[in-house]
Write a protein that binds this ligand. Structure first.
Ligand SMILES: Cc1cc2nc3c(=O)[nH]c(=O)nc-3n(C[C@H](O)[C@H](O)[C@H](O)COP(=O)(O)OP(=O)(O)OC[C@H]3O[C@@H](n4cnc5c(N)ncnc54)[C@H](O)[C@@H]3O)c2cc1C
Length: 209
């Protein structure tokens, strides 16, 4: 699927997935030794699962996303332990000269903001190139607004927990932007599960309102 731009330099890309609505419905129906009985009946079942917190059938769907986000967003993201992460290393690779710039920054502050980050990168690169400092040490010069990238593999149940917490208005605006993009992506792959989740949990729970 195509990369979706988020913030000034970030993105979300759904790179791979396994299972979708059919897998979740199939696994859930094992409880009753039944099979799919058509969309209306399946929707009723999904609503029941979501209302009662019967979450395991949603684990039958698994998604891998490629994410690029500022370090301060990644730090919040990585608190979601029920997932797998593979992040770029600033021990083994050089940081790219990219950093978060808030879109609502007044022009005079934007200049100071950019200058600060550019100077930090100048010093970081100088320490490595001229003073042979190890990358893993030199990186501590860089601000938390620099971008990082990682693969995130998460099952449907844990993803719903992430979306419930991070699409909420209480969540920081920047991670919320990522969560809202992810919600739209998974609704395309698994429309019955994630549209029902949006309706039953996010809208009725007052999270998206
Ligand atoms: C608005 C907001 C503000 C926050 N502010 C802070 C903050 O100031 N400081 C801070 O440290 N964190 C903060 N957090 C992080 C928060 O406490 C969680 O760590 C984070 O949201 C991950 O949620 P989770 O544990 O449900 O997810 P996961 O780690 O993916 O866990 C999923 C579920 O698995 C179960 N689980 C996982 N591990 C355990 C375990 N060890 N024991 C029992 N059950 C487990 C729980 O049911 C959990 O809900 C904040 C989160 C939000 C959304």
């Amino acid at each position: 699927m195509k990369k979706k731009t988020v913030l000034n330099s970030g993105y979300v890309e759904l790179v791979e997935w396994m299972g979708s609505d059919n897998a979740v419905i199939r696994n859930a129906r094992r409880c009753w030794k039944s099979q799919s009985k058509g969309t209306e009946s399946d929707l009723k079942l999904l609503k029941h699962l979501l209302r009662k917190g019967h979450k395991t059938p949603f684990e039958a769907a698994v998604f891998t996303f490629d994410i690029k986000c500022p370090l301060f967003v990644a730090r919040q993201w990585f608190r979601h332990r029920m997932a797998s992460y593979n992040e770029e290393s600033l021990r083994y690779s050089l940081a790219e000269r990219e950093y978060f710039i808030p879109d609502d920054l007044p022009a005079h502050l934007r200049e100071t903001w950019v200058e600060h980050h550019e100077e930090s990168f100048n010093l970081y690169e100088k320490m490595i190139a001229e003073h042979y400092m190890r990358r893993e040490i030199a990186r501590s010069i860089l601000p938390v607004g620099i971008y990082t990238s990682f693969y995130w593999t998460v099952n449907g149940s844990s993803l719903q927990n992430f979306l419930m917490l991070r699409t909420d208005r209480q969540a920081q605006k920047e991670i919320r932007e990522y969560a809202l993009v992810i919600l739209e992506l998974v609704k395309k792959i698994s429309p019955l599960c994630f549209r029902t989740f949006e309706e039953v949990v996010l809208q009725k729970g007052g999270i998206l309102s």
